[in-house]
Ligand binder design. Structure first.
Ligand code: NAD
Length: 309
């Protein structure tokens, strides 16, 4: 609609500035519409713009998003929220999560949203590249990448094996990096800007006991987010990350299942509660929207007031 609008606007400009009733014939061959013929269309577009039935900004068409780690927890809530926001959402997770992905897909469709599922392991470069190209080919591009998939393993530093350390980095750091890279390449080629959003953590702001490998991976997300924001800004692509505190998901239940630890989180939080996946989905909805246009390179903490910048 946007490309349709501007030739009409240019035609009107020509009409006024050059004092002609018709633009140069060569520009409009072979149809040669006259001004009277175009008036109804001009008024229709003007009314649609006035009453916001037609968005003439870059975000005019139905936008397309990918959410990794979408089968459960925070990723699931983000996928549902972006679908509710009107985006066409490709949901992705490990093949072992196929049935949970299918259930999510049904939930999105039942509420009137559009979706597709793609199984991908974000620690495998081929999977990530295939995920992005498949979605871009089938849905018509990529506007929002939410690199949400992540794993946690809590162990003291002296007990953390190199295999465990590398596994965490392969998903949380390398996996997120590959999602950022593949999305950036597609968005640059498309020339219509974009939003890249990654999952950091409160543990990416402050080292926590037992979380050395996890903290290292989530601090890395902040560095990747800042560098990518600098490089991609000129293309109209913003890059931001969310840093949740304790959110009630299968990942967090590994440690908040312990009532003592849960009570510690609650006692230390200004709002006196742990978060729900929808608390993070609300923020990602904003980061994915046009309203966050002037925000990039940030890793924003959402923890109910556990830790202050
Ligand atoms: N829940 C919290 O308290 C919390 C706090 C801070 C940060 N985070 C971060 O938020 C993100 C989502 O966390 P969550 O709590 O929803 O976790 P979760 O364990 O409930 O869900 C994570 C999803 O990621 C998927 N996943 C794991 N490895 C993958 C891989 N290699 N490829 C593709 N998918 C993979 C899992 O299958 C799962 O569906 C993670 O990056 C996590 O580190 C969570």
């Amino acid at each position: 609609m946007r490309t349709a609008f501007f030739p009409i606007a240019r035609c009107m400009t020509l009409t006024v500035s050059e004092g002609r009733l018709l633009p140069k014939p060569s520009a409009f061959e072979p149809t040669r519409p006259n001004f009277q013929d175009l008036l109804p269309l001009y008024y229709a577009v003007a009314i649609m713009v006035r009453f916001q039935l037609l968005d003439t900004t870059v975000m005019a068409v139905k936008r397309i998003a990918i959410v990794t780690g979408a089968a459960q927890g925070i990723g699931r809530a983000i996928a549902l929220r972006l679908a509710r926001d009107g985006l066409n959402v490709a949901i992705s997770d490990l093949s072992s999560k196929r049935s949970a992905l299918e259930a999510l897909s049904e939930d999105i469709r039942a509420s009137g949203g559009q979706t597709m599922t793609v199984e991908a392991d974000v620690s495998e470069e081929k999977d990530v590249n295939d995920l992005v190209t498949t979605v871009a080919d089938k849905l018509g591009g990529l506007d929002v990448m939410v690199a949400n998939a992540g794993i946690a393993l809590l162990k003291p530093i002296v007990e953390m094996s190199m295999t465990d350390f590398d596994k965490i980095q392969s998903v949380n750091t390398r996996g997120l990096f590959m999602c950022y890279k593949a999305a950036a390449k597609t968005m640059i080629e498309q020339k219509r800007g974009g939003r890249i959003i990654g999952a950091s953590s409160l543990a990416g702001k402050k080292g926590l006991p037992g979380a050395c490998a996890y903290s290292a991976s989530k601090f890395a997300v902040r560095g990747l987010t800042q560098s990518a924001a600098c490089e991609l800004g000129p293309y109209g692509i913003t890059v931001n990350a969310y840093a949740p505190g304790a959110i009630d998901t299968p990942l967090a239940r590994q440690y908040v299942a312990d009532p003592v630890i849960l009570q510690q989180f609650i006692a230390q939080s200004a709002l006196g509660r742990i978060g729900q996946p929808d608390d993070i989905a609300n923020i990602v909805s904003f980061l994915a929207s046009k309203d966050s246009d002037f925000m990039t390179g940030q890793t924003v903490t959402f923890d109910g007031g556990l830790w202050f910048d």
